[in-house]
Design a protein around this ligand. Sequence first.
Ligand code: PBG
Length: 326
Amino acid sequence: MTFPDRRPRRLRRTAALRRLVAETRLGVDDLVAPLFVREGIAGPQPIESLPGVVQHTRTSLVDEVAELVDLGLPAVILFGVPERKDPEGRGASDPDGIVQVALRDLRDRFGDQIVLMADLCLDEYTDHGHCGLLTSGGEVDNDATVERYAEVALAQAAAGVDVCAPSGMMDGQVEAIRDALDAEGADDVAILAYSAKYASALYGPFRDAVDVEIVGGGDRKGYQQDWANARESLEEIRLDVLEGADMVMVKPALTYLDVVTRARAEFDVPLAAYHVSGEYAMVHAAAERGWIDGDAVALEQITAIKRAGADFVLTYFARSLAERLQ
Ligand code: PBG
């Protein structure tokens, strides 16, 4: 038997050779840290199902972002946890709502050193836990919800957001937000659309983080996408780009790498992927039992998301990866 002349293993022999031929390089610039800020708490609160992640106070949020700026992170995305919830989610658009005051704190302190993104949705603020307003029959009312999203966008813009990130999966939400921002002279505010967002079972720990429980044990399958579909994601992204999205997102990430790859091939706007709370929690839980090496798996997973085609990744590992990638 003769052995082949082509021997790919030659290029795997040393760490330096592997570094030289690496096709994907994960760096700090690829990472966005999701951060939670909660109204009315005296100190940061741990989130049991998201080890290492906390609900911040306004003060601890500024301290955390100062450290992320020092680590070189390009962006953070804020999620608010209001003290009071109501059917319309008023806190989301209140000028003194928790995300708005936090945005002002961060803008005052950090200027343009880090991109300030804000999740734009109502579920953290509604007492029924849905991402929109309900009709008297209990259905999520698409068009009334989109009008509320426009109000939220204006409140976030007035508070200094760089990027609004609508995550509610209502039809027409990007256009409504773009029109409202432009009409109020906030045409500099960019939109990162959660375009291809699935009705995933991987958001469980996030709902602990924002204290959301959907009324009557309901779900979001009437507005978030079915796991079975991939072409539908391309249609959602196409519509969002037409409506004015500057950047688009696939969420969750690992169970939808095929969608990331197809979206990358078809669209030329920046593409994000969200490695969500359940993805993070699974790595932690297995690592805690000693069943996997959590740091190694985190690096492998986030690199894979970039390899599949994402330009940047929203991940709860952002800080620990940024520390390791210095
Ligand atoms: C909605 C929103 C959710 C997440 C981000 N934005 C929850 C949901 O759709 O139920 C999930 C993020 C995660 O699981 O890490 N505001």
